[in-house]
Design a protein around this ligand. Structure first.
Ligand code: PMP
Length: 398
C-alpha cells in the first residue's frame, strides 16, 4: 500500500502552490525549438529559448549527430572512468579548452551537473564560498553540497564582496576561500564585474569561479565573459553549458591541467553517472568548431538583440539594465505580468513571465531571448503584438 503521509504531503503542497500561482503549467512543443514554435497547433514567435545561435536546429550539427549515432550508437554505455570515454569525448574536451584558452577541460552531462561536480569537488567543510546573491540555483546547490561556509554578497556589490573577502580570509577560520559568480545573470541580462572580482581575488588569494552559461557564445565574440574582459589567465574555473549557445546538452569546466586532472578523479558526476551520448558530443564538437571558425552567428545574435531592444524601448517598455541579448520587459506587479505573458501567447508571441520568488517582489517581467535564427520579420511580428497588448493592458501609453 502506498504511504498516506506522502499522499497528504503532496495534496497539501500542490494545492498550496496552485493557490499561490506557482504551479508550472508546461506547454509541450509540437515543433523543434527554433525561432518559431508550434504549441496547440498555433505558430508563435519564440522568445523563450536559450538557443542563442540557432544551433539546436542547425543542419551541420544534425549531420554530425546522425553520423555519430551510426558509428557509435545512441548511448555511451558506462561512466567515463569505466569505459564510457569515447575518443569523441576527449576531442570535445580538447576543443573546449582551445575555445576557452585554457590548458584543459572536462565535460559533464549538464551545466547543472558541472556546478554540483566542480564546487563540491574542490571545496569542503573547512572552506568558505563568497557567492553573489543572484547566482543560479545550480551554484547554490553545488555550494550546499560542498558543506563549505556560504557567504552571500549583495548582487555585483564590490564593496560588499571586498569586505566579506577580507573578513573571511582574516578570520583564520577557513582553509580555502572561493568567489563564485554567474558571468551573465539570467534574469536581468547584466554582466558580472569580473575585472573588480579578479582584483579582489588577487588581493585575498581567492579561488575564482565563473559560471558562463549565458556568456559563452554571446560575449567575447563567442568565447565568453572571461575572454570579453581579457581575463583568461586570471580565472581558475570557467563553467559552460552545451545546452544554450552550443545548442545541444551537457556542460564543461575549463581551467588548468591539474585542476581538470583532479576533477577527473574526484568529481562524482564524472565517476558515477553515464557520460554524454555520442550524438551530443559530436554535435557539440561541430558547434565549437563553427564558433571558432567564424563570428557570423554571434554578430547576427547581437544585431537581432539590439533590434528587438531598440523596438521595445521605442514602444515605451522598461527593459531594465540588460547588457546582453537577455531582454527583460519589466512589468512590475505579479498578476499583471502573468496576464501580459498570457495575452502575448494568445496573440502569437511565446515569452514567459518570471515573477516572485524567482525575482524580487514587484519586479515581475516577461523575459525575451532573441536569437541569431530570428529574421527581422519575426521580430517585427513580435513587436506589433507587444505594442497592441501593451496598450490594451495600459503598460505603455497610446
Ligand atoms: N548555470 C546557469 C547560470 C544557468 O543559467 C543554467 C541553465 N539555466 C545552468 C547553469 C544549468 O545548465 P544546464 O541547462 O546545462 O544544466
Amino acid at each position: 500500500m502506498s504511504s498516506k503521509k506522502l499522499a497528504t504531503f503532496l495534496a497539501e503542497n500542490l494545492e498550496d502552490l496552485k493557490g499561490k500561482g506557482l504551479y508550472n503549467v508546461i506547454d509541450p512543443l509540437e515543433s523543434a525549438n527554433g525561432p518559431m514554435i508550434i504549441i496547440n497547433g498555433e505558430e508563435l514567435v519564440n522568445l523563450s529559448s536559450n538557443n542563442y545561435l540557432g544551433l539546436a536546429t542547425d543542419s551541420r550539427l544534425k549531420e554530425a549527430a546522425t553520423e555519430a549515432i551510426q558509428q557509435f550508437g545512441v548511448g555511451a554505455g558506462a561512466v567515463r572512468t569505466i569505459n564510457g570515454t569515447l575518443k569523441l569525448h576527449l576531442e570535445l574536451e580538447e576543443k573546449l579548452a582551445q575555445f576557452k584558452q585554457t590548458e584543459a577541460a572536462i565535460a559533464y552531462q549538464s551545466g547543472f551537473n558541472c556546478n554540483m561536480a566542480a564546487i563540491s569537488g574542490i571545496m569542503d567543510k573547512n572552506d568558505a564560498i563568497l557567492s553573489d546573491e543572484l547566482n543560479h540555483a545550480s551554484i547554490i546547490d553545488g555550494c550546499r553540497l560542498s558543506r563549505a561556509k556560504i557567504i552571500r554578497y549583495n548582487h555585483s556589490d564590490m564593496d560588499d564582496l571586498h569586505a566579506k573577502a577580507k573578513d573571511a580570509t582574516e578570520s583564520g577560520l577557513y582553509n580555502k576561500v572561493m568567489v563564485i559568480t554567474d558571468g551573465v545573470f539570467s534574469m536581468d541580462g547584466d554582466i558580472a564585474k569580473l575585472p573588480e572580482i579578479v582584483q579582489i581575488a588577487e588581493e585575498f588569494d581567492l579561488i575564482t569561479y565563473v559560471d558562463d552559461a549565458h556568456g559563452s557564445g554571446v560575449l567575447g565574440k563567442g568565447a565568453g565573459t572571461v575572454k570579453h574582459f581579457g581575463l583568461s589567465d586570471k580565472v581558475d574555473l570557467q563553467i559552460g553549458t552545451l545546452s544554450k549557445a552550443i545548442g545541444v546538452v551537457g556542460g564543461y569546466v575549463a581551467g588548468k591541467k591539474d585542476l581538470i586532472d583532479w576533477l577527473k578523479v574526484r568529481s562524482r558526476p564524472f565517476l558515477f553517472s553515464t557520460s554524454l551520448t555520442p550524438a551530443d558530443v559530436a554535435a557539440s564538437i561541430r558547434a565549437v568548431e563553427l564558433l571558432t571558425e567564424s563570428s557570423e552567428l554571434n554578430e547576427k545574435l547581437w544585431e537581432n538583440a539590439n533590434y528587438l531592444k531598440a523596438g521595445l524601448v521605442k514602444l515605451g517598455f522598461n527593459i531594465g539594465n540588460s547588457e546582453t541579448p537577455i531582454t527583460p520587459c519589466i512589468i512590475g506587479e505579479e498578476v499583471k505580468t502573468q496576464e501580459f505573458s498570457k495575452r502575448l501567447y494568445k496573440e502569437g508571441v511565446y515569452a514567459k513571465s518570471i515573477v516572485f520568488p524567482t525575482v524580487p517582489k514587484g519586479t515581475g517581467r516577461v523575459r525575451n531571448m532573441p536569437s541569431a535564427a530570428h529574421t527581422k520579420e519575426m521580430l517585427d511580428q513580435a513587436l506589433v503584438i507587444y505594442e497592441r497588448v501593451g496598450k490594451e493592458l495600459g503598460i505603455i501609453t497610446e
